[in-house]
Write a protein that binds this ligand. Structure first.
Ligand code: URA
Length: 195
């Protein structure tokens, strides 16, 4: 599929998402849906949990405090935000930033699956337990899922802690950096001092 066709297909999906009312509570409380942002021919896709207040306001994933930390993580990997594509498991903000309900993940599954199918990334990095468990259909905790590669439809998936978790537990930054080093090595991206 050409880049133009991919952009058009993503636009169709985005419009479908914007009109979705499957989750009555989310549809009634959101300002707008938050589809995804970045390079539509990405080597790497980051998958988060759900929009927060800032994302709901701006319509762009990871623009609040957790987003700023994600940007720092991406840049520490010698990449720019515009090199990767960023999406969430849920496209609507859960009220009070509560965790997504299982039926809400189920309702959104078709959207994130189609989005990833269109993007065809070489690698996926799941941020936090909701993304990791939802994508991999796993019951395992993020602590068990990190540090090793999993597969989603043939795509290698690396799971790590969510940036929001790092804001509350800065000591876990070391673990995330280890995960990112593992991912960069597999992607063939040489980090400074790691050549
Ligand atoms: N946390 C997420 O998981 N996604 C966002 O877009 C923002 C915060």
């Amino acid at each position: 599929m050409s880049k133009e066709d991919r952009a058009a297909a993503l636009k169709v999906l985005q419009t479908e998402v914007a009109g979705c009312t499957r989750c009555k509570v989310l549809a009634a409380t959101r300002t707008q849906t938050v589809f995804g942002v970045g390079n539509i021919t990405p080597r790497l896709v980051f998958m988060g949990e759900a929009p927060g207040a800032d994302e709901d306001k701006q319509g762009i994933p990871f623009v609040g405090r957790a987003g700023q930390l994600l940007t720092k993580i991406i840049e520490a990997c010698t990449l720019r935000r515009g090199d990767v594509y960023i999406l969430n498991t849920l496209k609507c903000r859960p009220p009070e930033n509560r965790n997504p309900e299982p039926d809400e993940v189920l309702n959104c599954r078709g959207f994130f699956e189609r989005q990833i199918d269109l993007l065809q990334p070489e690698y996926i990095c799941c941020l936090g337990g909701v993304a990791a468990k939802s994508l991999l259909n796993s019951e395992l905790s993020i602590g068990k899922l990190r540090k090793t590669f999993h597969q989603y439809r043939g795509i290698p998936v690396l799971c790590t802690y969510h940036p929001s978790y790092l804001l509350r537990n800065p000591e876990a930054k070391r673990d995330v950096w280890e995960d990112m080093q593992l991912l960069m090595k597999r992607m063939g991206i040489v980090l400074p001092g790691k050549g």
